[in-house]
Design a protein around this ligand. Structure first.
Ligand code: GAL
Length: 642
């Protein structure tokens, strides 16, 4: 695994570049990402390109032997372009244009912007596509960041009408599929359809789901247009895009089909602060991040490309600027995060950013260097990580024991019709993932289309719409399967299936969900060793009950398939994972709070996410190769596997 950094040569005087690059090398870095926001410097006026500075920047990096990931600059169209085409701006759900002055101010559906994006990429790829030092391209930057997947512009409305025509063929078919008779919502033609925003009360959920599918398809198409040009003009270079954390607004599995390497931007402390975790968890892991945040995304994004290739494009090096509170990582965390990415199979980790910028929006965001070029706290940690990686050599991946099925469409369905404020799909999947990791398992998070046949255990936290062929594939498995609430509860056009939930899944589990209820925060129903909360289903079946709560059945089972008719807590999940592991003959390790494991073919790695030491005696095989049996806070240990 290589180490790298995100560098913005255009932010610094040219006299600084050679010394910067020398210091990168000295720190153990060998990859540098550049260019993602540089459009105004590459093309200061329409059609007038200034290549000289970029030529020199690339040559300076290359001269020191650094390899370059060059980005397409389409996340930041310059002012002159917006002035020429004001309607290229995205429009928010309130109908307001998202104006120039920050970034990502474009609408994916604007054909004029799409043409401009192809033009600038073609120019860049023609100039640098065959440069020896350029090893990869990053398309755009963080699709969807700042809530930019959905746009409600005229261009998006026009694109959506065509999308609907292609999907349904006739307006009668669309009216039927959406159930538009319900409130006299019937349309006489595709031209009459608008985006689902600004309606008096909620718009039809089927309308929303199709709008989300359409918006996701627009991201896929925009990315593919970029990838096609780059493949032609810059052969044999990898194409990547940097995905975000806890983000489901477009189908990453679909975008991933056009990438060689999926990358993502890892900011564990910011994510802990911004997402659903309770106060106690936020306090306990304030300077470390929840122990599953980084790993969850490593294992998720590995599953988005055909070859399973992935990396961390941006690694948090210190306090960030964008969360509600921005604590500093515990000493050791930057090295820990780096080694953990290695353990999960990353091809590289890039630190964001090389030097903290003293100006503009992100001046409060740490880098490897401070604005005065002195080393920030992360720099020696990057050096230490580079040293450990030298000792360990390339990581050979092992097949994870457990597969966790993840669906972007499921996230949209639960978001459009949550039915309980607290029914958050991502949180559900994350909790199931945590349960597997708490007991020491390696996990692959995979799409519903993935081959599930080689896993010892398969878990489907929730899959309201069953994709074609999914039930047949599950039926062929011999591994224990755990299926969660709401699975099979909707048709592809967001209606309740004729035979009620779980729809086609009844081939595998002869039960019917006759009623669902959602529960206020704090209401818990005891079940087995744990409880359920948030969501509960009434189930009719003559053959399957396994575990009951005071209110009736909760877990149903036939052969190796289990269905859980509610939102399980951690203890109930642990119990279910233990039962499945026993059936599958998989050994579990009960880990102390905050300790996580990951195996490669040759090594076992353990990571201490606590702010206190953890004794790993009995967990690792003998004396560690790197680190100590008692792992200090924010430390790690590595053993050679027997
Ligand atoms: C990412 C983004 C970077 C930078 C960084 C700050 O979301 O790709 O450009 O803004 O966050 O943490």
């Amino acid at each position: 695994m290589k180490l790298g950094t995100c560098y913005f040569p255009e932010h610094w005087p040219q006299e600084m570049w050679a010394e910067d690059v020398r210091r990168m090398r000295e720190m153990g870095l060998s990859l540098v990402r550049i260019g993602e926001f540089a459009w105004s410097r590459i093309e200061p006026e329409p059609g007038r390109f200034e290549w000289e500075w970029l030529d020199r920047a690339i040559d300076t990096l290359a001269a020191e032997g650094l390899r370059i990931i060059l980005c397409t600059p389409t996340a930041t169209p310059p002012k002159w372009l917006v002035d020429r085409m004001p309607d290229m701006l995205a429009v928010d759900a309130e109908g307001r244009p998202r104006r120039f002055g920050s970034r990502r101010h474009y609408c994916f559906s604007h054909q004029g912007y799409r043409a401009q994006s192809r033009r600038i990429i073609t120019a860049l790829a023609k100039r640098y596509g065959r440069h020896d030092a350029i090893v990869a391209w990053q398309t755009d930057n963080e699709y969807g960041c700042h809530d930019t997947v959905l746009s409600f512009s005229d261009s998006a409305a026009a694109g959506f009408r065509v999308w609907c025509l292609n999907r349904y063929g006739t307006i009668e078919a669309l009216n039927e599929a959406w159930g538009n008779v319900f409130w006299s919502m019937e349309y006489a033609s595709f031209e009459a359809i608008d985006p689902p925003n600004l309606t008096v009360t909620e718009a039809n959920p089927a309308h929303w789901l199709d709008y989300r599918r359409f918006a996701s398809d627009e991201v896929v198409r925009f990315n593919r247009e970029q990838a096609d040009i780059l493949r032609e003009l810059s052969p044999d270079r990898d194409i990547t895009h940097n995905f975000m954390g806890f983000f489901t607004e477009f189908d990453h599995h679909a975008v991933g089909r056009d990438l060689d390497v999926a990358t993502w931007d890892s900011y564990p402390l910011g994510f802990l602060e911004q997402f659903w975790f309770d106060d106690a968890t936020k306090r306990a892991y304030l300077r470390q991040g929840h122990p599953d945040i980084a790993a969850f995304h490593h294992d998720l994004y590995r599953g988005t490309t055909a070859g399973g290739r992935w990396a961390v494009m941006e690694q948090q090096p210190g306090p960030v600027n964008w969360a509600r509170f921005n604590p500093a990582p515990l000493p050791g965390m930057v090295a820990l995060w780096t080694l953990e990415a290695y353990a999960h199979g990353a091809e590289f980790v890039g630190y964001f950013r090389w030097r903290q910028a003293p100006f503009a929006q992100e001046q409060m965001h740490a880098g490897l260097l401070r604005p005065d070029s002195s080393e920030a706290e992360a720099a020696p940690e990057a050096r230490a990580a580079a040293k450990a990686l030298d000792t360990l050599g390339e990581a050979e991946p092992v097949k994870a024991q457990a597969a966790l099925v993840f669906s972007y469409e499921a996230a949209w369905v639960c978001g459009i019709q949550p039915q309980a404020k607290s029914f958050r799909y991502l949180e559900l999947v994350f909790e199931w993932y945590s349960a597997l990791r708490r007991q020491g398992l390696d996990v692959d998070i995979v799409s519903p289309q993935a081959d599930l046949s080689r896993y010892a255990m398969v878990l489907v936290p929730s899959l309201p719409i069953l994709p074609g062929g999914f039930v047949e594939r599950l039926s062929k498995l011999t591994a224990p399967i755990l299926i969660g609430p709401r699975t099979g509860s909707k048709t592809a056009s967001f209606a309740i299936p004729d035979e009620l939930a779980p729809g086609e899944l009844r081939a595998l589990m002869p039960l019917t969900v006759t009623r669902v209820e959602s529960l206020r925060d704090g209401v818990r129903l005891e079940a087995g060793d744990g409880s359920i909360a948030r969501w509960r289903e009434d189930v009719e079946t003559s053959e399957m009950a396994e575990l009951s709560a005071s209110t009736g059945g909760v877990v149903y089972r036939r052969a190796r398939t289990r269905y859980i008719a509610g939102w399980p807590d951690a203890r109930l999940l642990d119990q279910l994972v233990a039962r499945m592991a026993r059936e599958a003959g998989v050994a579990l390790t009960t880990l102390p709070e905050g300790l996580r494991l990951r195996r490669t073919a040759r090594h076992l790695l353990a990571f201490n996410y606590c702010d206190t030491p953890i004794n790993t005696a009995g967990i690792g095989p003998g004396a560690p190769l790197i680190g100590k049996t008692v792992i200090p806070p924010a430390g790690y240990a590595v053993w050679r596997r027997p």
